[in-house]
Ligand binder design. Structure first.
Ligand SMILES: Nc1ncnc2c1ncn2[C@@H]1O[C@H](COP(=O)(O)OP(=O)(O)OP(=O)(O)O)[C@@H](O)[C@H]1O
Ligand SMILES: [Mg+2]
Length: 736
């Protein structure tokens, strides 16, 4: 089917063609035939790279352009949300307003009402529903990307609840679910009352195989010899071969340390096959990386980049990640060695994907083999349309037996079934409270009625949930989050607030109990309190660190809200909390990022995600304290929140509020005598640029922050010149 034949407005068709889309892929055509553009619910379960996004886009275009409705596009991860936002922004050309909504969970984001396409993470969408964002009523089509993630314990339940809630809204609304190939797609389709499209068509041929001892055995039985460039270095040989043939390589491994180890081993080998021109570009890129992030990790990345290789994992910060991904897309970086963070949804020019390890480690369950679904996601990064004519996915085996095993399990084997994880207590606690809070006046059977809409109920029957829900109701009652009168369940004021703050009720309970029972304490007590909640991820305690943190815990004995536990297992958790708290403490005491990275063996991206989560819990805690009239606690927590946001001591809080002034620059300004905003306001530009690290750009930003001056100062000069367009632009820039 040609794009022209689609029942869409001319401008949409024109834009699609400009983007290089002329003809629909077969599964896309099927979706249209099944009623995608007539508001029908559709689930597609098709291979990687088969063009699922466009199926969502077509439904969105129809709704927005022809019915004036809104579209909500859900993704599981912030990184993916950013990528979709970049992609969908082209629609602004035809007057569609596109928004990205991922941050702040305590808001209904009323500004979104002016937008047509809203991209959100599942969590953000859930929080918007909890805040009863008024514009949700206008959402006529919901796209759930990567809907197979229903299967994942940490993120699945939220997606399930969002879908269940959307199903319950009145009026006709469309749901489009985009899934990887899974075994029981028909269950998801039937749950959502949707037509199902299953297909194994892929636009670019993907050859899957297992590598052992110099040979790749492909799924169809053919065997290919890999050229030996370096004796006994399988990964290097597999990589160099593809690069020599003009392709690029993506390597997946299981740990961050491995991404670095493999990059190190590859660097000189890749470098030796690059042209002068390529090397020059890489040197420039390495410089760019150094300038963008002056951390240790930035330096290490820059060093590898100069050889054409980069590692990629969640420890990188946003800028570092973007530089690596973009340069790989542009063909400047030839090899990326990644943890599975890069496995879902992204389009990259990897002709060959090498899966170096199919093992994972989880401290709670030990070593385990990845599910087939995860293998397929990684493999599917190879051979993407626009980039390559074919793709290869290669699992590395260490013996012939293992090669056989991998071939059977991952390549010829079937993907797992998706099952609901909603019954997990941690998930159910918050969602049950949310159901009660949103209905204001319900009963146990009312709660169960809502649950009937869930995938859990579809798969297991709602009666299997009763015991769990009852236990949770008991917990919520005892914690003071709900009241029960004549079987009617009502949220308390605090219970309602917990829902809006988007924290686990158990987090709220721990915070409230600690604050109520204690006088104000040392700041470390509050940081530890944050780390003692289930919403806060913890750093792992490494072997050999136990003693150190046990000592530290003893030093803080009596100063924190929670004492050292006697139970051995609990003690280990407690010490991990102390370790995490210490990182946050270093951060707000202005210890340098590099020192934190070294001491805690984390990356800049980890510091960012840990401090962001801590900031959110500190905010929630200060709000709860305020409600309970625990004003002293609330004040301390609210200040802590700001310090966590910027990573500074109290005295710098005024300065870091200026855009462009981070913790480092604020400290320099402060130490040069600019301790207040007033003082800074009076400073002359010439004085400011003399201070180390404060260049002209920063000095301008500071002046701009104080608004009026710069306007008067600059505008006076400009008035003398002839009025031209640029001065009007100047006005707009500075008065905005
Ligand atoms: N009909 C089409 N014609 C040309 N290119 C297309 C068409 N449909 C999709 N594409 C392109 O194919 C590529 C892969 O599409 P997309 O990212 O939607 O795959 P996907 O099915 O979501 O894969 P994954 O499972 O990996 O997320 C994109 O670059 C997209 O622009
Ligand atoms: Mg996709």
């Amino acid at each position: 089917m040609l794009v022209e034949e689609l029942p869409l407005p001319e401008k949409a068709i024109k834009l699609l063609k400009e983007r290089g889309i002329r003809e629909l892929y077969p599964p896309q055509e099927k979706a249209v035939k099944y009623g995608l553009l007539d508001g029908k619910n559709i689930i597609v379960a098709i291979p990687t790279a088969a063009g699922k996004t466009l199926i969502g886009e077509l439904a969105m275009l129809k709704t927005v352009l022809e019915y004036g409705g809104k579209a909500l596009y859900l993704v599981p991860l912030k990184a993916l949300a950013n990528e979709k936002y970049e992609e969908f922004k082209v629609y602004e050309k035809i007057g569609i307003k596109v928004a990205l909504s991922t941050g702040d969970y305590d808001s209904s984001d009323p500004w979104l009402k002016d937008y047509d396409i809203i991209i959100a993470t599942n969590e953000k969408a859930d929080s918007l529903l909890r805040h009863r964002a008024s514009w949700i009523e206008d959402v006529q089509v919901l796209i759930a990307d990567e809907i197979h993630l229903l299967n994942y314990a940490d993120r699945g339940p939220t997606l399930e609840i969002v879908l269940a809630r959307f199903k319950q809204l009145s009026g006709e609304r469309q749901i489009v679910g985009l899934s990887a190939t899974i075994r029981n797609a028909e269950e998801i389709a039937s749950w959502l009352n949707a037509k199902l499209i299953v297909d194994d068509w892929r636009p670019v041929k993907l050859y899957e195989g297992v590598y052992f001892n110099g040979k790749i055995i492909f799924s169809n039985g053919t065997i290919k010899d890999v050229r030996e460039f370096y004796p006994r270095d399988d990964i290097a040989n597999l990589t160099v071969e593809t690069i020599k043939d003009g392709g690029q390589v993506l390597i997946f491994t299981n740990t961050r340390a491995n991404t670095i180890r493999i990059s190190r081993r590859l660097k000189s080998k890749i470098m030796s096959i690059l042209s002068r021109d390529e090397k020059l570009k890489l040197l420039q890129l390495a410089d760019k990386m150094r300038r963008a992030s002056s951390s240790l990790m930035g330096e290490e990345l820059a060093n590898f980049i100069s050889g054409g290789v980069a590692f990629h994992h969640a420890g990188l910060n946003y800028e570092q990640r973007k530089i690596v991904e973009n340069a790989f897309r542009e063909g400047i970086i030839k090899v990326v060695v990644a943890t599975p963070t890069l496995a879902a949804g992204v389009n990259l020019p990897a002709r060959r994907v090498i899966i170096h390890s199919y093992w994972r480690y989880d401290p709670r369950i030990g070593r385990y083999e990845i599910p087939v679904l995860e293998y397929k996601q990684m493999a599917g990064r190879a051979g993407r349309p626009k980039y390559d004519e074919y793709g290869e996915a290669i699992l590395v085996a260490r013996s012939m037996d293992e090669a056989e095993y991998l071939l059977t399990k991952y390549i010829r084997g079937e993907v797992e079934e998706i099952t609901s994880k909603l019954a997990r207590e941690q998930a159910l606690r918050g969602h049950t409270l949310a159901i009660i809070a949103l209905s204001q006046n319900t009963t146990l059977s009312g709660v169960l009625d809502f649950m009937k809409n869930t995938f859990y109920a579809y798969q297991y029957g709602v009666e299997n949930m009763i015991v769990k829900v009852k236990a949770i109701l008991k917990f919520l009652k005892e914690s003071g989050f709900i009241l029960e009168e004549d079987e009617k369940l009502k949220p308390t004021a605090i219970g309602l607030r917990v829902i809006q703050l988007y924290i686990d009720p158990l987090t709220a309970k721990r915070i409230i109990e600690a604050l109520k029972a204690n006088e104000p304490k040392h700041i470390m007590a509050y940081i530890h309190l944050i780390c003692h909640t289930p919403d806060m991820p913890k750093l792992y305690l490494r072997r050999g660190e136990y003693e150190y943190y046990a000592e530290l815990a003893k030093e803080y004995e009596g100063k924190l809200f929670f004492d050292i536990p006697n139970d051995e297992k609990e003690l280990e958790f407690y010490l991990a909390e102390i370790k995490t708290a210490l990182l946050l403490y270093y951060w707000i005491e202005e210890i340098s990022e590099d020192e934190i990275i070294r001491k805690f063996d984390v990356g800049p991206g980890d510091i960012r995600s840990l401090t962001q989560t801590a900031e959110w819990i500190a905010y929630a805690a200060s709000e709860l304290a305020k409600m309970l009239k625990l004003n002293e606690h609330s004040k301390i927590l609210s200040e802590l929140r700001e310090r966590l946001k910027y990573g500074v001591k109290k005295e710098l809080l005024q300065l870091v509020r200026i855009p462009g002034i981070g913790r480092v620059k604020a400290r320099i300004l402060y130490d040069h005598g600019y301790r207040t905003l007033e003082k800074l306001k009076q400073a002359r530009i010439e004085e400011l640029i003399r201070i180390p690290l404060i260049g002209l750009e920063t000095a301008k930003k500071i002046k701009q922050y104080f608004g009026l001056e710069i306007k008067e100062m600059e505008v006076k000069k400009r008035r003398e010149k002839v009025e031209d367009k640029s001065s009007i632009l100047y006005w707009i820039k500075y008065s905005g």
